[in-house]
Design a protein around this ligand. Structure first.
Ligand code: ZN
Length: 381
């Protein structure tokens, strides 16, 4: 018995000798105690880190990547300021006001690099988070590549939003052959006021936004205003699909094509726009197609006409030349072609040529009343 106890003591001593220095070293060496984040949507995302070593911590950096379509992977590296010590806790906030804001659900990947004065280094494994708008209790529904998020209006409202999105995609594919290439997240706020509260720089008129590089759409739709909501979903979804398809580092899309396709997927031209277009045809005050290639005027009257003309231009191209040509136009633009180069290659005319042909088309349409016949609601204006 005594002998057994002696052997056991000896084994224990040996174990302590073997493990002792190792344990002491592990406790003293540089180690990360905690890494965490705090979301305050839409204004800030705070990263926190606690680290310890047996010598002073000398260098802490935070690296992060924001998930979005770009032509090169961008990693931001932040040098954290702190007072060197052997145990340090640091916080750093990504202030959204400085980067123009992020849409709800944006993916952020981040990791930390830490060094102590002995030269030991630690790199934490990359962590992934979604910058969610946690102020609301979102429900969600996925079908194919579309996920709809909403928090007011119950299950039927969500299903209705999903059906609208799917119909819009089908309509767009019929008109242009363009299809969704990557998943899309559609966030439906309960009204435009809530939507503005989710944005860093909300504009007065914002009813919906397509964050095309993030694959995200945010719209304010009250369940009581689903009719308007259907148009808004179709409109923003079109922007997203068309941008996914044509994104290239060399050139963008003429505004009339981008907005015209979005308006066209909505369905028949809203009477307010049709009436404005009819007025401009009658007064011979149409805007040139060339000026409609640039972003539209902020003045309501001119902006309404710009949207109406864009719809009509796309309607002219689709009804006169068909779906295959529109798809070819989009593919040519996605290769970075100039607007005139793409129009010339596909249709055989440039912007000026389009202007002349379209003026003829729209004038005939409205003078013969064709433009009015398909817009029965115009009678109210
Ligand atoms: Zn638009």
């Amino acid at each position: 018995m005594v002998k057994k106890a002696a052997v056991l003591a000896l084994v224990l001593c040996l174990l302590l000798v073997l493990l002792g220095p190792g344990l002491a070293q592990a406790q003293g060496r540089l180690e990360v105690l905690e890494s965490r984040t705090q979301m305050e949507f839409p204004s800030r995302l705070t990263f926190s880190l606690s680290v310890r070593s047996d010598v002073d911590i000398s260098d802490i950096r935070l690296c992060y990547q924001i998930e979005r379509v770009s032509f090169a992977e961008v990693t931001s590296e932040v040098y954290i300021e702190f007072v060197p010590a052997n145990e340090v806790e640091v916080n750093w906030a990504l202030e959204m006001v400085k980067i123009g804001g992020l849409p709800p659900g944006s993916g952020v990947k981040y990791w930390w690099l830490v060094k102590d004065t002995r030269g030991d280094k630690v790199e934490t494994p990359p962590a992934q988070l979604r910058f969610d708008d946690l102020r609301y209790s979102w429900r969600n529904l996925t079908q194919g590549d579309v996920t709809v998020y909403w928090y007011e209006g119950g299950g039927t409202f969500g299903q209705e939003l999903m059906a609208t999105a799917q119909q819009a995609l089908a309509q767009l594919a019929r008109d242009t052959g363009a299809e969704l290439e990557k998943p899309v997240r559609l966030y439906v706020y309960a009204d435009p006021e809530d939507l503005r509260g989710a944005m860093i720089y909300p504009q007065e008129w914002t009813g919906g936004v397509a964050f095309t590089r993030y694959g995200t759409i945010a719209i304010g739709i009250s369940p009581a205003n689903i009719e308007w909501g259907r148009r808004a979903v179709a409109h923003e979804l079109t922007h997203l699909v068309i941008h996914q398809m044509t994104l290239n580092p060399y050139s963008g899309l003429p505004a009339w094509l981008d907005e015209g396709l979005a308006m066209h997927t909505e369905g028949l031209l809203d009477p307010r726009f049709a009436s404005r277009l009819a007025g401009a045809v009658a007064e011979d005050s149409l805007i040139s197609v060339c000026s409609l290639a640039s972003p539209f005027s902020a003045y309501t009257e001119r902006s309404t006409l710009s949207y109406a003309q864009s719809y009509s231009l796309v309607d002219f191209l689709l009804s006169s030349y068909g779906q295959a040509k529109m798809l070819e136009l989009l593919s040519t633009l996605s290769e970075g072609s100039t607007y005139d180069g793409a129009l010339g290659k596909v249709y055989g005319f440039d912007t000026e040529g389009l202007d002349a042909l379209w003026r003829d088309y729209v004038t005939r349409q409205y003078q013969t009343g064709e433009g009015l016949v398909v817009q029965p609601a115009l009678a109210w204006f």
